[in-house]
Design a protein around this ligand. Structure first.
Ligand code: ARG
Length: 262
């Protein structure tokens, strides 16, 4: 009997100890508590939309591409660890403003109305808005979209410059927005829209991946890509801007661009 009571006591004590350990916040892994022997590396969070090959796209579960590599090089210069956060393209600027990410990098065009919301670094690449059509389409130049009796349905990625320009030029009733370029191109292949307006490099990748499509020679708009940072975040702005300038000057940016753009 005595032995039995002892056993129960032992079980109770063990249970209590286990509970204490489980409930103690210090015993749960916490990345923000630095280990004094190895100073914790700070994380630099990048907001992007990873359906934009070759700038950012998935290879398995990893996000790779031009922006991912340049951002990695910037983080390296800052002595920080890069974390890429994938989100909807039209959520990036808000995420930057709210501080849930440190910067936005998504083949993002420097545009006047965006400059009111965020700051942009020096531009590291250029882009062109082009038009994808089905082979044999009646649309053969950008002018066809503006023809008097034309009422073509144009597909775009929501919140992109393609969306903004086309809505301005053709009216929202003729512009169909999609979560990303892939979905817009699927709609084009399926015949529910007449063309897709999107940046030239993603356009190339999309045309390569889907038979029966072509990119028109005439350009819709020329643009500069840059990194966006929260207004007033001068310290980070200066650091990232200096890092990107160095990476442009020492040829790293060109090397990364050449790796993905042929
Ligand atoms: N250059 C265009 C813009 O800034 C499209 C960018 C889309 N980027 C992306 N990662 N999905 O609006």
């Amino acid at each position: 009997m005595k032995k039995f009571t002892k056993m129960i006591a032992l079980v109770l004590v063990c249970g209590m100890l286990f509970c204490l350990a489980a409930c103690d916040p210090a015993s749960t892994p916490d990345n923000s508590t630095p280990d004094s022997s190895t100073p914790a590396q700070q994380t630099l969070k990048m907001g992007t939309n990873a359906y934009f090959q070759p700038y950012e796209y998935y290879e398995g579960s990893k996000i790779i591409g031009i922006d991912a590599e340049i951002a990695e090089a910037i983080a390296g210069k800052l002595g920080m660890k890069l974390e890429i956060v994938d989100m909807k393209f039209d959520a990036i600027i808000t995420a930057v403003q709210e501080g849930s990410v440190d910067f936005g990098m998504a083949g993002m065009t420097v545009k006047e109305d965006r400059l009111k919301e965020v700051d942009f670094t020096t531009s590291y690449a250029t882009g062109v808005q082009v038009i994808i059509v089905k082979e044999g389409s009646p649309i053969t130049t950008v002018d066809d979209l503006y023809a008097e009796d034309a009422s073509y349905k144009v597909g775009v990625q929501l919140g992109t410059t393609g969306d903004l320009y086309c809505t301005e030029d053709f009216g929202s009733e003729n512009v169909i927005t999609y979560a990303n370029g892939n979905e817009a191109v699927l709609a084009l292949v399926g015949g529910s829209i007449d063309c897709v307006v999107i940046d030239n490099e993603p356009a190339k990748a999309l045309v390569q991946a889907n038979a029966g499509l072509q990119i028109l020679d005439s350009h819709y708009a020329d643009e500069d890509y840059a990194i966006c940072i929260k207004k007033g975040n001068k310290d980070l702005y200066d650091k990232i801007n200096a890092a990107i300038a160095e990476l442009i000057n020492d040829g790293t940016v060109d090397q990364i661009l050449a790796k993905y753009i042929h």
